[in-house]
Ligand binder design. Structure first.
Ligand code: MLT
Ligand code: MN
Length: 300
């Protein structure tokens, strides 16, 4: 299995268009220890010819242009992208679908709930239904991406997309088909893609055991880092994300889980692990984490 990390930042990217915080200023100035990152997406292929894009980030057009494996090869209209798989309905997960218009066939795999969200928004009809196949996948039931490459969605704790929140109360953290993790299997190789996750319940921990590679939600370092930095009023928990540090954090949760390789993705622009010279980066790497960078390639 070939894997390309197309983008490793959370919604907004790094730098984020309207952030003048120190990290974003460093990224904007071209500082090599504060590398820019596009919004999270991963491309997976069995043979290097046909590719499946996991989440369609708002940066998908740039990600395709920056990735030769995803360029057209045959004839006047072609793409190596055979399918797109969605793990949620957030803007940073679905907005890139609009880039994939132009009557290009591919299959769009998502849960019932996420297809409902797309169906309710007519702008996604640019993916003409006679050309783009919308495939509804049940949680826990493996589906075929192509012969030899299967996938499976499983529920992880999460919340509704920001734009579907209603009322003044924070939305509840739910475990259903609103926010899912994705497993992809080829033979005895197994990868997991979990860009959003609010907690680590025991059944999720069990799925992680023995996996060859996991790409995991690394939105914030500290739950209150955006509040503390004066960047906003929301904690990580309020946004439906567990944080990397602390006793309930991701680094701690993974300490006792045997996985071959673990990669931090979906990093918010406030997260100090984005900065190669930060103590938080050193701590995450010492705990065995790879800090995701756009263009990283992995082979299973
Ligand atoms: C998130 O992961 O929390 C969302 O992408 C936030 C957003 O929609 O901006
Ligand atoms: Mn997101």
């Amino acid at each position: 299995m070939k894997i390309i990390l197309l983008g490793a930042a959370a919604g907004g990217g790094f730098p984020q268009w309207n952030s003048n915080a120190a990290g974003c200023r460093r990224a904007r100035s071209g500082d090599s220890r504060a590398k820019s990152r596009t919004q999270t997406s991963v491309a997976v292929s069995r043979d290097g010819e046909r590719w499946f894009v996991l989440n369609a980030s708002p940066d998908l057009r740039q990600q395709i242009n920056d990735t030769p494996a995803l360029h057209p090869r045959d004839g006047l209209r072609h793409t190596p992208i055979a399918g797109v798989v969605l793990t949620g309905g957030d803007v940073d997960v679905v907005a890139g679908l609009l880039t994939l218009r132009e009557r290009q066939p591919f299959t769009l795999h998502a849960s019932h709930r996420i297809h409902d969200v797309l169906d309710a928004n007519p702008i996604f009809e640019v993916l003409a239904r006679d050309v783009v196949t919308r495939s509804v996948e049940q949680l826990g039931v493996p589906f075929t991406l192509e012969p030899g490459l299967t996938a499976r969605f499983f529920a992880v704790p999460g919340k509704v997309p920001l734009y579907l929140e209603s009322g003044s109360e924070p939305p509840p953290i739910v475990v259903d088909d609103t926010t899912v993790g994705l497993e992809i299997v080829e033979g005895d190789k197994r990868m997991l893609f979990i860009p959003g996750c609010a907690a680590m319940p025991e059944d999720l921990r069990a799925q992680l055991v023995g996996v060859d590679i996991v790409f995991f939600d690394g939105t914030l370092w500290r739950d209150d880092e955006m509040v503390a930095a004066g960047l906003g009023g929301k904690t990580g928990q309020r946004m439906g994300h567990m944080s990397l540090s602390g006793p309930q954090g991701t680094i701690e949760a993974f300490r006792t889980v045997p996985v071959r390789r673990k990669v931090i993705i979906h990093m918010n622009n406030s997260n100090p692990v984005l900065l190669a010279d930060s103590p938080e980066r050193a701590e995450a790497e010492a705990a065995g984490w790879t800090i995701g960078e756009d263009g990283m390639e992995f082979m299973l």
